[in-house]
Design a protein around this ligand. Structure first.
Ligand SMILES: C[S@@+](CC[C@H](N)C(=O)[O-])C[C@H]1O[C@@H](n2cnc3c(N)ncnc32)[C@H](O)[C@@H]1O
Length: 232
């Protein structure tokens, strides 16, 4: 089965011969792809919802991957033992939930080497968490699917230094890699902010004036990112 561009980009970050935990697997497309393509030796496909788990049980039955995919019901990393997996995929949920899943069990989290994370929202908060907890972002990729942008983050444990606040919101690797979608992604954010600025411009409350100022500054930072991208 052909993966969507988003799922394919996630799978592309998974190292060869890995043992993977796909947390919040839902349909199970990633586990089956990783095993069928001999990228992973074994995948633990886990979800908190039994409805989701039924989907993967049905899907795996149609494949020859049954012996290499271990399907488990549970919350976050509670389904794995320390050092049982070397790679974790947590994709298609909010950045705050991904952060909570990682933070809930630090012993298990710290026994994992490769972290492939795809937050649907709150990527800034997730990057902040990663930097505050001694993770290094090794690579990033943007995908656009159904008119929506997706940020895929590949991180490992390590020390990293963030030189500008804006790199929490726009991953520095996307600039360094000259990601083909970055310009559109940043311009999209600038336009959204401009629309809000237009709505705020005649409002005189302290809160709206404060927000107005913040958004003006944010757009300056985003335009700086575009300049950096162009000169890279
Ligand atoms: C939108 S789906 C994403 C499925 C797939 N990972 C993808 O990227 O296409 C999110 C899944 O995460 C599961 N989920 C939410 N919170 C979870 C948690 N704490 N632990 C495990 N799974 C969770 C949901 O049940 C749902 O199946």
């Amino acid at each position: 089965m052909k993966l969507s561009d988003r799922l394919q980009a996630i799978a592309n970050f998974v190292p060869r011969n890995s043992i993977v935990g796909d947390i919040g697997t839902d349909h199970g497309y990633i586990p089956v792809y990783l095993v069928e393509n001999k990228i992973s030796k074994k995948v633990i496909a886990a979800d908190i919802s039994s409805n989701s788990l039924d989907k993967i049980i049905q899907y795996v039955k149609l494949t020859n991957c049954k012996k290499d995919i271990d399907i488990r019901l549970g919350d976050g990393l509670e389904v794995v033992k320390p050092f049982e997996i070397d790679t974790v995929v947590i994709a298609g949920m909010g950045g705050l939930l991904i952060k909570d899943i990682l933070d809930k069990d630090k012993v298990k989290r710290d026994s994992i080497t490769h972290f492939i994370l795809q937050p649907n929202i709150a990527s800034k908060e997730l990057r902040e968490y990663l930097f505050e907890n001694n993770f290094e972002i090794i690579d990033e990729k943007l995908i656009k699917e159904d008119n929506k942008f997706y940020e895929i983050i590949y991180a490992r444990k390590g020390k990293a230094y963030i030189s500008k606040e804006i790199y929490y919101e726009i991953g520095k690797k996307l600039i360094l890699n000259k990601d083909p979608l970055l310009e559109e992604f940043v311009n999209n954010k600038i336009k959204t902010n401009e629309k809000i600025l237009e709505e705020l411009k005649d409002k005189n409350t302290e809160k709206s004036m404060e927000r107005y100022k913040e958004l003006i500054e944010k757009n300056c930072e985003l335009k700086e990112v575009l300049k950096e991208y162009e000169s890279n």
